[in-house]
Ligand binder design. Structure first.
Ligand SMILES: [Zn+2]
Length: 435
């Protein structure tokens, strides 16, 4: 069966999370891998929450390589789709379906690499592990988080490759491939304004919690938090500068970077960079008041805080305090139960070089830049057990394909031509890393 046919079959299995029901995909993959000769394990972390693991055996002289992916997809608004989101239709060169970009395309690529290994039986120095996991879209509790704690031996590896990386951005005749080598951490905070209670018929706005909170939010969101250039960003900007015809020293100068970003004439690139130049603290949940005629004495807003690697909660709190000032009765409170650390792997050394070399081998115009992700992935469950993860899922999107609105959006679809190229890149990369 071809890669495209496997992808179609996977797209036809509804693994929308919630509820997940990833067992459908886990059993499909287990069946395909078993037929190729693999011993496979389907692990149900809860009813219907299927994970699947298979292992190609190397000689064990190096620690394994983990190809990991997630089998769940985000829900769809069916009425907004022009085709069946679980139909796997191919129309005008596109495969349609929820998960075509995130990430059953990558599941298929990793599956095809495993099938090719089984067919060619190369001698490898590492095991290659395939792990299809549940629940990434809701945090991984039933997927990789579960495997990493309850079945650590199954996913223990030196290096893990997964989603969000090695897709092309076409810039000045070159192809820029961002490869994810870290992500921001979570640091949830709350602003709490405290003032006098009172009657709604006679408000005193000089001592009014909602007003104080509103002023604090306005000050927080009027400008941005300060720029910090991480080693990853410095490496990326250093490589991008000549492609963009810009001065490296200017682009890597925190004082000048912000002003230069709007002059980059490729819309996605400034966003990709801007999101990882600073910590962030987005106000998202507001709370105040219990009754229309009672002036509340407390008003609160929760901040979705994200930390760059190397930054602490105290750094972020100090940055927020500098913006909102000391003249308001507003406290900044840390909500530690949601903390996750930021991750940053070295974008140098032999493992990284192997990723770069194989992209260049298959695209001579490739410029490979390391990038951090502003959000989070399953990588956060693997780093604590010592697996170094990279977002490396090579996909050759053509220049006119704008995938950005389609991931988690309506009418998700993948250009058929994107798939096979990436399988060759990934197979060659696996061979180099393990051979
Ligand atoms: Zn994903």
């Amino acid at each position: 069966m071809t890669a495209v046919e496997h992808l179609q079959n996977l797209l036809r299995l509804n693994t929308s999370n919630p509820p997940g029901n990833e067992i459908l995909a886990a059993e499909y993959l287990a069946n395909v891998l078993s037929q190729a000769g693999y011993e496979t394990q389907v692990i149900e972390s809860a009813p219907g929450r299927g994970n699947v693991v298979a292992r190609y055996r190397g000689d064990g002289s190096l620690r394994p390589l983990l190809l990991y992916n997630h089998l769940d997809v985000v829900p769809v608004e069916r009425s907004q789709w022009t085709r069946d989101p679980f139909g796997g239709d191919i129309v005008d060169g596109y495969i349609w379906g929820r998960g075509a970009l995130d990430m059953k395309n990558v599941v298929t690529q990793q599956l095809m690499v495993m099938l090719q290994l089984a067919a060619e039986r190369p001698h490898l120095r590492r095991d290659v592990i395939f792990a299809g996991c549940a629940d990434e879209e809701v945090g991984g509790q039933f997927g990789l988080k579960y495997l990493a704690t309850a079945h650590r031996d199954l996913v223990d590896a030196e290096m893990g490759l997964s989603e969000t990386g090695a897709f092309p951005l076409y810039v000045n005749g070159r192809t820029v491939y961002p490869v994810q080598c870290g992500e921001k951490g979570n640091c949830r905070l709350m602003l709490r304004a405290v003032a006098a209670p009172g009657h709604g018929a006679s408000p005193n706005y000089n001592n009014y919690a909602i007003r104080f909170l509103a002023i604090a939010i306005e000050r927080l969101t009027r400008t941005s938090l300060p720029i910090h250039i991480t080693p990853t960003l410095r490496n990326a900007l250093t490589q991008l500068a000549p492609v963009l015809g810009m001065d490296v020293a200017a682009l890597t100068d925190p004082a000048r970077l912000e002003g230069l970003l709007p002059t980059i004439p490729y819309p996605f690139l400034p966003d990709l960079i801007r999101n990882v130049t600073r910590n962030s603290a987005a106000p998202t949940l507001l709370r105040a008041g219990v009754k229309i005629n009672v002036v509340p004495s407390v008003a609160e807003v929760e901040l979705d805080g994200r930390l760059l690697p190397g930054q602490t909660k105290d750094d972020l709190i100090a940055e927020i305090r500098a913006l909102i000032g000391d003249d308001l009765p507003v406290d900044i409170i840390h909500l530690p139960e949601f903390d996750t650390p930021a991750l940053e792997r070295a974008s140098e050394g032999p493992l990284w070089e192997a990723l770069v070399r194989n992209l260049r081998k298959h695209d001579p115009k490739a410029v490979v830049i390391p990038i951090l992700l502003a959000g989070g992935t399953d990588a956060k469950h693997l780093e604590p057990i010592g697996v170094h993860t990279y977002g490396f899922s090579p996909m050759h999107y053509p220049p006119d394909f704008d995938w950005r609105g389609l991931v988690h959006g309506h009418n998700e679809r993948l250009p058929v031509v994107a798939l096979d190229w990436g399988i060759h890149v990934l197979y060659d990369t696996v061979m180099e890393l393990c051979g």
